[in-house]
Design a protein. Structure first.
Length: 202
């Protein structure tokens, strides 16, 4: 299949979460910035509609949180409706109203089977149980997604709890610097019964 695999990032730099480690949680949102971001996004959507075979896959990777804004759902709907497009989606913290957002997506002609989400778990902002509820809603709606989290040592117990709330879901743990003992501790917390370990240098 021809076409580009595109990563998109507009002007959005604001987020509805206030994680202590994230600079974008401290960025004050302005209507001017949001309007600029909306204009950029919809320009891309129109360009893709005019050149329907230009892009094969699209992933929105914003500095802030995109999916709390309705124009991203409208745009993703219009993009996934393009016959030549294989998949499109966004990174998100998962704080959007799932059923309402997917209703808007479908009403705008979106194809759920082409939608992909990368949902990040932020333990400072949401409990594992509530995040798991969001994941289960997405599963029930037929959305394909992955879940990511920054596994700082203090969060391992919370990741373990999330793992328990999502049984049967494949788990991948990545580390660039963990010692053997730390890696074993991670696998123990995440209950890797039969881990497949891959080690490689850069």
């Amino acid at each position: 299949m021809k076409g580009l695999d595109l990563l998109y990032r507009g002007s959005l730099k604001s987020c509805n979460y206030q994680c202590s480690y994230c600079p974008f949680s401290k960025h004050r949102r302005s209507e001017r910035e949001l309007q600029k971001d909306q204009n950029q996004w919809m320009h891309l959507v129109r360009t893709m509609e005019e050149r329907a075979d230009m892009v094969r896959t699209l992933m929105v990777v914003p500095y802030g949180e995109a999916l709390i804004h309705s124009w991203y759902w409208e745009g993703l709907a219009r993009i996934t409706a393009l016959p030549a497009l294989k998949a499109a989606g966004s990174q998100t913290n998962g704080s959007f109203p799932v059923k309402e957002s997917l209703r808007q997506f479908c009403q705008a002609g979106g194809e759920v089977n082409k939608l992909r989400l990368w949902v990040t778990f932020h333990p400072e902002m949401i409990q594992a149980e509530a995040f798991a509820d969001t994941c289960n809603l997405l599963l029930a709606e037929g959305v394909r997604f992955c879940v990511g989290a920054v596994a700082v040592p203090n969060n391992l117990k919370l990741l373990k709890k999330l793992r328990e709330k999502l049984p049967g879901v494949p788990v991948l743990a990545l580390t660039a610097s963990a010692t053997k003992l730390v890696a074993e501790d991670i696998m123990r917390h995440l209950r890797f019964a039969e881990p497949h370990i891959l080690r490689s240098s850069f």
